[in-house]
Design a protein around this ligand. Structure first.
Ligand SMILES: Nc1ncnc2c1ncn2[C@@H]1O[C@H](COP(=O)(O)OP(=O)(O)OP(=O)(O)O)[C@@H](O)[C@H]1O
Length: 312
């Protein structure tokens, strides 16, 4: 596996009037990774993406894409972009638009191939303004892959698509990631992050508040619950295991809440008569809500402390 860094952000900030849209983001994306950028409205996802694409200049910090500036990377055709809006000429036919985009790049993919990969070969002669929201998104996707980019950046790519269209879109996307492309996508759909990303970066109020695999993010919040039938369980020994937060019993059934379910499971299998073991975790939505709430509670507390200091 290659370890080339596709994207590197260091100490990046951006303020709009009195809104701190991005408040010091550090982020590295390795070549071949599929990364989901999650966060509530106004978290700073789009602004981060715009800085990564050189569309917005950070107030502070550095942005590197394949070791150079974002503009260099885009000029070299290393980056394909699918933004939420713009980039579409409403009166153009789909085929014309894609030919226009192909003409801007040095080594474009044949337009017919892009149409097929985006699942819109039947729309070539249709005018853009007559297309549905989901069909337009697919045209944007075709535009993004035409330069044969190493990195594809997508800002809420499936907005406006119904469930089936979203599934088809991700199937097309999967074919691209299978070719080794690096992908960064912003989304509000937690299940998309859970299903399609190797890594989830969670933002809130311009900061990264969690970064890891979806499984790590889920586990970091609530850990896992192990439910097992353990005849003659030594509850004190179970409660003393590293990472075990809580032990409950229902007859012979033991419920263990633990941060490190692998080690707890190993202990149960090696040292007890545990059977009928089930391991469950919170879903990503629970985890995201818990992390953003925790972060908000910390901030509220800091504001209160500051206010009290000022009053004292
Ligand atoms: N061009 C701009 N001018 C003024 N304020 C802006 C501008 N762009 C973004 N902001 C503000 O910066 C903050 C972060 O916005 P941003 O669009 O980056 O968040 P987001 O996480 O992408 O949100 P959403 O999920 O709603 O798209 C918001 O408070 C937004 O109103």
């Amino acid at each position: 596996m290659t370890t080339t860094t596709a994207v590197s952000l260091r100490g990046v900030t951006k303020k709009y009037a009195d809104v701190q849209a991005v408040a010091g983001v550090d982020m590295d994306i390795r070549a071949g990774e599929v990364v989901a950028l999650l966060g509530p409205n106004g978290a700073g996802k789009s602004t981060t993406i715009e800085m990564l694409l050189g569309l917005v200049r950070p107030d502070q910090g550095t942005v590197h894409v394949y070791g150079g500036t974002p503009t260099d990377a885009i000029t070299k055709g290393q980056v394909g972009v699918m933004l939420q809006s713009g980039g579409i000429i409403e009166d153009a036919k789909v085929g014309e638009l894609l030919n226009l985009v192909a003409g801007l790049h040095k080594d474009p993919m044949p337009v017919q191939e892009a149409l097929e990969r985006a699942g819109i070969a039947d729309l070539t002669k249709r005018t853009m303004k007559g297309l549905s929201g989901g069909q337009k998104q697919r045209v944007r996707f075709a535009m993004a892959i035409i330069p044969q980019p190493d990195l594809i950046v997508l800002d809420e790519p499936t907005t406006g698509m119904d469930v089936e269209a979203r599934r088809d879109f991700w199937a097309s996307m999967h074919a691209e990631t299978a070719r080794g492309r690096t992908v960064l996508f912003a989304t509000h759909y937690l299940e998309e992050a859970d299903s399609y990303a190797d890594r989830v970066v969670l933002m809130r109020q311009g900061k990264v508040v969690a970064d890891g695999t979806a499984a790590q993010i889920k586990a970091s919040v609530s850990g896992r619950t192990i439910r097992a039938t353990v005849p003659g369980a030594d509850l004190a020994a179970l409660a003393a295991l590293p990472g075990v937060r809580n032990v409950e019993t229902r007859g012979e059934v033991v419920l263990l809440q633990c941060a490190d379910s692998d080690n707890t499971l190993r202990y149960l299998l090696d040292n007890t008569q545990a059977h009928d073991i089930e391991v469950t975790s919170a879903d990503l939505e629970d985890a995201v809500l818990a992390i953003t709430d925790q972060d908000k509670a910390h901030q509220d507390k800091a504001h209160q402390d500051k206010a009290q200091e000022t009053l004292a």
